[in-house]
Design a protein around this ligand. Structure first.
Ligand code: PLP
Ligand code: COI
Length: 340
């Protein structure tokens, strides 16, 4: 694959796709230690045919964005949270965690090295970073690897779903993760399990699948690539309390933003039977940002939230506040943004 040319990029129409940028970061774990990592121009990885990740799935990853502010400076959003989650995911998958301070430094290095590819302020685009960790040791029996590769690639992106336009979702009869499984870890197997329900949803004209809790299929869990939130009739921000959803950094931030906005945020179990009590609903995540849920269809019954064509006022306010902080247009009172 050829390297991306800067002059070929249309900043306001990037979509959400991989582009091969000049630099990635790589570090290798061998003999019980992480060797010093560094930038590489090689965007390929050479692996043994018996590498652990290819057969038994030791892979964990992250997603975070770099933003170009009005004055041209570049900032990451809460990268230390991604570092900590990668460590927790790695522990769940019995992998050697990558040191958290080195994770943040490596993210900065990748942004600096690819700085020309951070979309301009006001374009709606960002530089998406994908740090990931794989078990690279050749292994035949089922076991954890003793060798790992940590890597970060960067790619400029626009909207993942529909931006602030509502999207329609269907409730899946499948699970993406088990009750006491790996849902809290950001690991490839959860996404592999979501592909079939995702394709099914797409075929039927929906943006994605919403999963219910895997034990009872009674409570709202999350989407394939984003957490769920709702606004109650009383104007409260609610989001599912569940052991099988990914602890989203966007959610963690919006719980604070909602508090600041007087929306009495709560993490609670949300019975699907009661979703009609929500006056607005949305998907939240790094890629999704805040994406309004126009409707949820379950067993041929469609539940509409606020409007199928327009974002609700509270969803809009949350979006403007969060993206305002991320883009440097609003005061960062919680010290979430990190200059590169
Ligand atoms: N849930 C799933 C399954 C995801 O893949 C993501 C994306 O990272 C999220 C939630 C949102 O997490 P975050 O806000 O940390 O990006
Ligand atoms: C992210 O939001 O960073 C994700 O990893 C979601 C992914 C499904 C694109």
């Amino acid at each position: 694959m050829a390297k991306e040319k800067l002059e070929d990029l249309e900043w306001t129409n990037l979509g959400f796709k991989y582009r091969d940028l000049p630099y990635s970061f790589q570090a290798v774990y061998k003999d019980g230690v992480w060797q010093e990592g560094g930038l590489t121009e090689d965007s390929t990885i050479v692996l043994s045919e018996a590498a652990q990740v290819l057969h038994y799935g030791q892979e964990v990853f992250e997603g975070l964005k770099a933003y170009r502010w009005k004055d041209g400076s570049l900032h990451l959003f809460r990268p230390e949270e991604n570092a900590a989650r990668l460590r927790r995911s790695a522990e769940r998958m019995s992998m050697a965690p990558y040191p958290e301070d080195k994770f943040v430094e490596a993210c900065k290095e990748v942004v600096k090295a690819n700085a020309d590819f951070v979309p301009p302020y006001g374009s709606g685009g960002t530089l998406y970073l994908r740090p990931f960790l794989i078990g690279s040791e050749p292994i035949v029996g089922v076991d954890a690897a003793q060798e790992y590769i940590f890597r970060i690639y960067a790619t400029p992106v626009g909207a993942y779903i529909n931006g602030l336009h509502p999207a329609a979702y269907m409730v899946s009869a499948y699970d993406r993760a088990a009750h006491a499984g790996t849902g809290r870890a950001k690991t490839s197997g959860n996404y592999a399990a979501s592909l079939y329900p995702h394709e099914l949803a797409k075929k039927l004209g929906y943006a994605d699948a919403l999963y219910l809790d895997p034990r009872e299929h009674k409570y709202v869990d999350e989407f394939g690539g984003a957490n769920f939130f709702g606004i109650t009739k009383e104007g409260n921000f609610v989001t599912p309390k569940s052991v099988s959803v990914l602890p989203s950094i966007t959610k963690k931030s919006l719980l604070v933003v909602a508090q600041d906005l007087g929306l009495n945020p709560q993490e609670v179990r949300i019975p699907f039977d009661e979703v009609d009590d929500l006056v607005e609903a949305g998907a939240m995540g790094t890629a999704a940002v805040i994406s309004p849920v126009g409707s949820l269809t379950y067993n041929d019954e469609k539940h509409v939230f606020y409007s199928e064509t327009e974002a609700g006022p509270i969803t809009t306010k949350l979006y403007e506040t969060l993206t305002g902080i991320q883009n440097g247009d609003l005061p960062d009172t919680h010290n979430w943004t990190v200059p590169v």
